[in-house]
Design a protein. Structure first.
Length: 468
């Protein structure tokens, strides 16, 4: 039995790496983790946490406006971007300290510096070599920038979270998670926001009704969403203005351009391929259901494996691995029924199949939709609606998907994700007594199925045949 410095050496102290290392450490494994940036990774320092703080900050704009309908009179509220930045950065600094303490308390040794795999049992950090029985690659992902002339003038979400000044006009390229979240933030804080998307609606991959509804709600808030728009080149003028030329020949002038065009796995300069770790076409580490790579002693979790790229998934993958390796409890990560949320304004929450996926995979389905004006806005006067959608397998009555756009959607969908995991049926939803008055109660009071487009089409065909 060879002697190693550690039982596991983790490269990358983000969500997946920290969770796995801490769980392994709690089972008595000798674990080291290396990191060349702040501790906590993308989610804590360049993603979920700072983004959500900015979403909270931005939301006050609507709250101040809505308060008037409830009898409040306020003098014109002022906003200071720099103050919000300072407060946010202070919180991130605190979280870096929290993560360091958590690692220490779990007995995990933190080694600061960039790690590189030398062989199946050796990692080099800052010229020093460490041996380990197992190596865990948890290096995450970074923003992808397409090849566009002048792309060096664009910022990514990393830059958008740390802008010195709030831009007066900003163009956002990409209509995915990051694009819609930042569009909501900058719009509410007073910037003129233009979104340039390739399709007709935002959030490809989400349920079509959700996509259409969010696109419409964002437009109502003043976000200029331009469909089927492709940037050809970006030019910086002497006064700092950016001039975007589209393929259609339009010129758009802005103060900043944010590219939110996806993320790519961070596998560069890690020595992975040199030691035989297979990567896929996108550069992601290929793993089996146990998160094991093509090299027996090397594992990978989180965005670097490009499975479901969400923080809680990376954490669950990391913990499952520690259970398997160090607690004699073989655990595979279950990637089904993972809920997700988009902190757009209004936000989106979703779990399970979209209507399209449900029809493709399960055949006949019943669809229930509720679209209403939230009670809060009866007095605020705000023109904002909420939509909820439940998709049910017709034969079994099992719910296949819950989707929502509207205030508190992420909070509401979390509970429904538990129900979906437990195999909830429409009958059980109907037997559940709602909490009144809430928006969430709509999910247990929907009675009317949406007309079935498949049956309607068949009926039309029959009708036409009889007519001819
Ligand atoms: P997404 O994959 O969600 O969206 C990318 C967007 O960019 C799409 O609208 C896509 O268009 C567009 N796009 C891709 N390539 C190009 C190109 N060459 N030119 C123009 N447009 C392009 O990526 P994001 O960057 O928004 O987010 C990255 C990941 O981060 C997400 O997938 C998610 O896993 C994670 N994330 C999760 C959050 C959450 O849980 N709330 C929040 C933020 C990020 P098209 O649809 O036409 O392909």
């Amino acid at each position: 039995m060879p002697q190693y410095d550690f039982d596991m050496f983790t490269i990358g102290a983000g969500s997946g790496g920290v969770a796995s290392s801490r769980r392994a450490g709690s089972y008595g494994a000798r674990v080291a983790i290396c990191e060349d940036n702040r501790i906590g990774g993308t989610c804590v320092h360049r993603g979920c946490v700072p983004k959500k703080l900015l979403v909270y900050g931005a939301h006050f704009h609507a709250d101040f406006e809505d308060a008037a309908g409830y009898g409040w009179s306020l003098s014109e509220p002022g906003f200071d971007w720099k103050k919000l930045q300072v407060a946010k950065d202070k919180e991130l600094e605190r979280l870096d300290g929290v993560y360091r303490r958590l690692l220490r308390d779990s007995g995990v040794q933190l080694i600061e510096g960039r790690g590189r795999v030398v062989d199946g049992h050796t990692v080099e950090v800052g010229g020093q070599r460490y041996t380990a029985e197992r190596i865990l690659v948890a290096t995450g992902s970074y923003p992808f920038l397409p090849e566009v002339t002048g792309i060096e003038h664009a910022i990514t979400s990393d830059g958008a979270l740390n802008l010195q000044e709030l831009p007066r006009r900003i163009a956002i390229v990409g209509g995915g998670y990051i694009g819609v979240e930042f569009a909501g933030i900058f719009n509410a804080l007073g910037a003129k926001v233009m979104m340039l998307i390739r399709g007709d609606t935002v959030l490809r991959g989400f349920d079509d009704d959700i996509r259409a509804m969010l696109t419409q709600e964002m437009r109502k808030k003043g976000i200029d969403i331009r469909p089927e728009t492709f940037v050809r080149d970006i030019e910086k003028r002497a006064d700092g203005t950016l001039s975007l030329l589209t393929r259609m020949g339009d010129t758009l002038e802005v103060d900043a351009v944010l590219y939110a065009t996806g993320r790519v796995p961070q596998t560069k300069r890690l020595g992975l391929e040199e030691v035989g770790v297979r990567l896929d076409a996108r550069g992601a580490v290929e793993v089996d259901e146990w998160s094991r790579t093509s090299v027996e002693s090397i594992y990978a979790v989180g965005d670097v494996t490009d499975r479901i790229n969400l923080t809680p998934v990376a954490i669950a993958e990391g913990r499952a691995l520690a259970e398997t390796l160090f607690h004699d409890n073989p655990t595979k990560m279950d990637h089904t029924g993972v809920a997700s949320a988009v902190f757009s304004q209004p936000p989106v929450g979703t779990v399970g199949c979209t209507e399209l996926e449900a029809r493709e995979r399960h055949g006949e389905v019943d669809v229930y939709v509720s679209n209403f004006r939230p009670m809060k806005h009866t007095l605020s006067g705000r023109d904002e609606r909420t939509m909820m959608k439940v998709i049910v397998e017709r034969d079994s009555g099992r719910v296949l998907g819950f989707h929502m756009v509207g205030a508190d959607a992420p909070e509401i969908i979390q509970g429904l994700a538990v129900a979906l995991k437990c195999g909830v049926t429409k009958k059980q939803l109907d037997a559940t007594v709602g909490i009144h008055p809430t928006a969430a109660e709509e999910f247990v009071t929907m009675r009317d199925k949406r007309p079935d487009p498949v049956a309607d089409a068949a009926q039309d065909l029959g009708h036409n045949a009889r007519q001819s």
